[in-house]
Design a protein around this ligand. Structure first.
Ligand code: NAD
Length: 294
């Protein structure tokens, strides 16, 4: 069998960002409206700092306004909630993103639920989660939206396909399941208590791994010809002691079995940021009372 086709998330994300940038330019010209995103970072987590920098940079590159708020690691929950209140009221801000994880003294859920659902570009607010489940227009979480776009890019139509998702987090697994149901997939969700995981994953025409377990999914876990979307981002040490990024899928093995597969890095990651920009554009349009473009 030929090697799996590698799904180029970088290129697809670039196309999506370009599409968002064109829409932003048109929004400015026709309606005098510049979508703005506020990105809030609390503490010094090195990975979070990189994510925040990239998000702000990409927003500006798409023609948006970006407002970065860096707060100290000892910030209180009350101080953070006061900032969220100000951002909720700020007319220049259409999207609010609080980079997770937050320090221990702050309850992430209290902060997420304090964000105006209309500005919840991460799509984590209970209102958006509920709308997603009952099929109303909602700001949906960026990584799951990106996963569905990648699968559609590889397969075209998803309707009727059996999708197996490994992971049931509120950020990835659960919203992804809802989005796949919207695409009329038959759905199986696996998690850390699933029995005989390898046998279940091998049923998937689409297999999406979001468990945070380095290279857990082996070649034998994959249905021959399946579309494999690897959400995992795991930092591991190679034989020479250097840190490298790997996904939740054993890429070398999967390449021999799958029909198509996303690489790590360069698969789901770039799509997440592009979908964040898309959500910010959608939030700005909705707040201004404009129809969505697609
Ligand atoms: P999480 O830890 O919140 O959830 C992991 C889920 O996987 C849980 O539901 C758990 O039940 C399941 N799981 C854990 N170990 C398992 C096992 N051995 N077998 C079966 N199921 C198992 O993680 P998360 O926030 O959903 O993220 C998952 C992965 O995706 C992480 O590697 C994270 O870094 C990555 N991630 C990537 C992006 C991106 O943009 N590419 C975005 C978000 C998360």
């Amino acid at each position: 069998m030929a090697d799996a086709k590698i799904i180029d998330g970088k290129a697809l994300a670039q196309d999506l960002r370009a599409q968002v940038a064109r829409s932003v330019a048109e929004l400015k010209q026709r309606h005098g409206l510049t979508p703005g995103i506020a990105v809030v970072l609390v503490g010094e987590d090195p990975a979070s700092r990189i994510y925040v920098r990239n998000k702000a940079k990409q927003a500006v590159a798409a023609g948006m306004a970006s407002f970065v708020h860096k707060l100290g690691a000892d910030t209180t929950q009350a101080d953070l909630l006061a900032l969220i209140d100000r951002l909720n009221a700020d007319k220049q801000v259409h999207g609010i993103l609080v980079q997770l994880p937050l320090p221990d003294q702050i309850a992430a859920d209290a902060v997420i639920q304090a964000i105006d659902p209309a500005k919840d570009v991460d799509g984590f607010h209970a209102i958006n989660t509920g709308k997603l489940i009952i099929g109303l227009p909602a700001l949906a979480p960026c990584t799951p939206v990106g996963c569905v776009m990648l699968a559609k890019h590889a397969l075209g139509e998803l309707s009727g396909a059996h999708a197996v998702v490994v992971g049931r987090s509120n950020i990835v697994g659960k919203p992804l399941a809802q989005l796949l149901l919207r695409e009329n997939c038959t759905l199986t969700i696996c998690h850390s208590r699933t029995r005989d995981l390898a046998a279940v994953t091998a049923l998937g025409d689409i297999l999406i791994a979001a468990a945070g377990q380095p290279e857990m999914v082996k070649g034998g876990w994959i249905k021959p010809g399946a579309c494999v979307i690897d959400v995992g981002i795991n930092r591991v040490e190679d034989a020479a002691g250097n840190t490298k990024l790997v996904g939740d899928v054993d890429f070398a093995q999967a390449l021999k079995v799958a029909g198509s597969i996303t690489p790590v890095p360069g698969g789901v990651g770039p799509m997440t940021i592009a979908c964040l920009l898309r959500n910010t554009l959608r939030a700005a349009r909705a707040i201004a009372g404009l129809e969505q473009e697609q």
